[in-house]
Write a protein that binds this ligand. Structure first.
Ligand SMILES: Nc1ncnc2c1ncn2[C@@H]1O[C@H](COP(=O)(O)OP(=O)(O)OP(=O)(O)O)[C@@H](O)[C@H]1O
Length: 252
């Protein structure tokens, strides 16, 4: 199966003289959820910015559905729905107007649009807020609007940066249920999060980023083995602790 996302030997960062990411290589297949985990400052958001094409690689490349951003910018961008850590909305548009814009941008068929949006508003307990301006929403509600828009677009690749912050327990459950649903339909999901118990339960594979390098990747047993633990016993949190306990990006 061809990967939806392929990162090859990616070195990058904010200044060519001081790369933040060092030779990252990984892929995400259709129908797979991959969790990116790492301490504060490990380089998770920087990696995501490179994948989105917001930053230029110093070396290496990123392909989405086999194409680089330079080869097929329109196709590359429309294949991705991105949920950022901090919600970015138009304050003067309502919840419904945001969904409408996404529907148009991602060519959601008219016939499906009403049902899809009604279900999303219902699933995220946002129906009473459908006509509210984004400026009048709570932080968690703003996050839900970002998530509903991503799910409405039904793209082949979801990139989700720390999605659980600010969501209430019902919102977290709704999001996870929806991610499982789109994954079953064949979507690829690349998610960064510090909530390791949830990452362990829902992700198929894991990438441990430390000081901008991948120090372990694969299934839970692969990560346990890399951490020097028995491959059949122990939590992701324990393995992560053993792999990174040198104090983080500025430690030993
Ligand atoms: N705009 C920027 N300009 C220069 N350096 C930056 C910038 N943003 C982040 N960095 C640096 O890049 C490194 C990686 O940061 P990044 O935001 O990718 O970490 P992260 O893994 O997403 O952390 P967190 O878990 O705290 O969100 C850090 O050393 C950080 O100081």
């Amino acid at each position: 199966m061809n990967p939806v996302l392929e990162v090859r030997n990616l070195t990058g960062g904010y200044s060519p003289r001081r790369p933040v990411l060092h030779g990252l290589s990984f892929q995400v297949e259709p129908g797979e959820m991959v969790g990116l985990i790492g301490l504060n400052g490990a380089g998770k958001s920087t990696a995501i910015k490179h994948i989105l094409g917001l930053m230029q690689a110093h070396e290496g490349e990123v392909r989405v559905q086999g194409q680089t951003l330079g080869q097929e910018p329109g196709q590359y961008r429309s294949a991705i729905a991105y949920v950022p850590e901090t919600p970015l909305l138009f304050d003067e548009l309502t919840v419904e107007e945001h969904l409408h814009l996404t529907g148009m941008a991602y060519n959601v068929e008219e016939s499906r649009y009403s049902d899809l949006t009604a279900n999303l508003l219902d699933d995220f307990y946002m129906t009473p807020k459908r006509s509210a301006f984004a400026a009048h929403l709570s932080k968690g509600m703003r996050q839900k609007v970002m998530i509903m828009n991503a799910l409405l677009a039904r793209p082949p690749l979801y990139i989700i940066d720390e999605p659980f912050l600010g969501l209430d327990p019902l919102g977290i459950r709704s999001l996870l249920d929806k991610l499982v649903e789109v994954k079953r339909e064949g979507a690829a999901i690349f998610m960064s999060s510090h909530i390791l118990s949830t990452v362990e339960t829902y992700c198929d594979r894991f990438i441990v980023l430390h000081h901008g390098k991948i120090i372990a990747q694969g299934s839970l047993s692969d990560i346990r083995s890399a951490a020097g633990m028995p491959s059949d016993n122990g939590t992701l949190e324990e393995a992560f602790y053993r792999l990174t306990a040198d104090g983080g990006p500025h430690g030993g």
